[in-house]
Design a protein around this ligand. Sequence first.
Ligand code: ADP
Ligand code: G3P
Length: 494
Amino acid sequence: MADSYIIALDQGTTSSRAALINASGGLVAIEQQEFSQIFPEPGWVEHDPMEILNSQLATLQTLLKNNKVLPSEIVGIGIANQRETTVVWNKHTGKPIYNAIVWQDNRTANICEDLIKKGLEKQVKKTTGLVIDAYFSATKIHWILKHVPGAKADAANGDLLFGTIDTWLLWNFTNGKVHATDYSNASRTLLFDIENCCWDPTLLDALEIPLNMLPQVKPSSYHFGNLELGEVSIPITGIAGDQQAALFGQTCFTKGDTKNTYGTGCFMLMNTGTQAMYSNNGLLTTIAWGIDDKIYYALEGSVFIAGAAIQWLRDGLNLIETAEESELFSSLITEENPVVVVPAFAGLGAPYWDMYARGAIFGLTRDTGKNHLIKATLQSLAYQSKDVIEAMQEDAQIKINILKVDGGAAENNLLMQFQADLLDAVVQRPKITETTVMGAAYLAGICVGLWKQEELQNHRKIDKEFKPTFSIEKRERLYKKWLKALERTKNWID
Ligand SMILES: Nc1ncnc2c1ncn2[C@@H]1O[C@H](COP(=O)(O)OP(=O)(O)O)[C@@H](O)[C@H]1O
Ligand SMILES: O=P(O)(O)OC[C@H](O)CO
């Protein structure tokens, strides 16, 4: 009998990946291709949507070829994607009218200011669960319509389509037949009413975005359409934003379950069940997934610069040759590190939301060396995550005792131990840290009846648990110093 497989696509900020998962939930193989990061001006970040599409298709084809899997053995495809990143294209030509504006891009800070001045903050929070920030898609769509000649008229005529990256891939994979997204991605646009599950007319109006540009919104585990590749036709049966997919992949199915992903940024999400929980402490309310006619919600803290700060040590300062080396050099500082680095390179995300903050280094003395700087930068990932977890515990009124971790920097044992010490919680790393692809695969596999959600916990195996060792006094002293440094980076640029 033929085997059954799921393919999971993970279209991330820096690379496209395709993974093959067998019927027992085993990760058989993974292919990856990086693509260009375009920085046209300070603070601007773009991707070429065609390069994204081609790199994603290339990884899929290599995966099929290298593993000698027949397309007929693939029972479903799941897509997880970098969220918020915005593509607008012409539905007749299929061509993007502008590059994709990436989630990290903050060119629309002034449009956000205008929305705040119009008094829309409360409405945005109540309807979308978000804060007004350049991070989300809505102001990026507005910017494209305003700056690309003729775009406003074309949008009004119904010639243009908007999509986050999942939608862009889906539309292309189905040869322009399906223009849809899932609830988790829709909830990152700043245009979606997360309780009534519809596009919000007031916000569309405020940003002059015609409704006809927007995709249909479907559950995350759902048959969206088929990938048509020549003779081959494979059902696409799962879609979720990458951070929500990771929450699902970590099997955070119970209210209160929390994961933190340490990638380019850090994204901590807590499952809050079928009721939306609104934050009083600077966190976002977002849709975790829609499944079996139910919507599940999450509280989220998004930190913009995490692993990217390690890349800065490597590529900007040339202090290390590989990200992994940050662990070795940090371990050479055995005394308490007097240096604090606040990597607010792109402003501050949760829980502060300061688009005008900028990075800084504190506590330098004549004997400060490169290892102090490396360690302080690494430690900043843990401090920023502590800021988020403090807010989350306050909002949810619970103590998080176990934090499930994943993402590239979660491989760093020194960082994970420091995280456990700072949080006074167990940091739990699974054997498969590719939780985003696993989440996308699970959503796709559930839809085609390959797995039941309640069985999935059995697939997850633990690699290592880091237990807290700091005294209360030490934990509080270090954290106080961090907060003091952080305060001084706020509202830096005009
Ligand atoms: N051992 C490590 N220690 C610290 N940072 C690391 C380590 N390995 C990878 N990183 C950082 O993690 C990021 C890559 O993780 P990944 O999960 O692939 O990110 P993304 O999905 O956002 O591209 C990079 O920013 C890199 O600097
Ligand atoms: O592509 P990643 O893994 O850096 O994730 C990006 C997030 O989805 C942005 O919200």
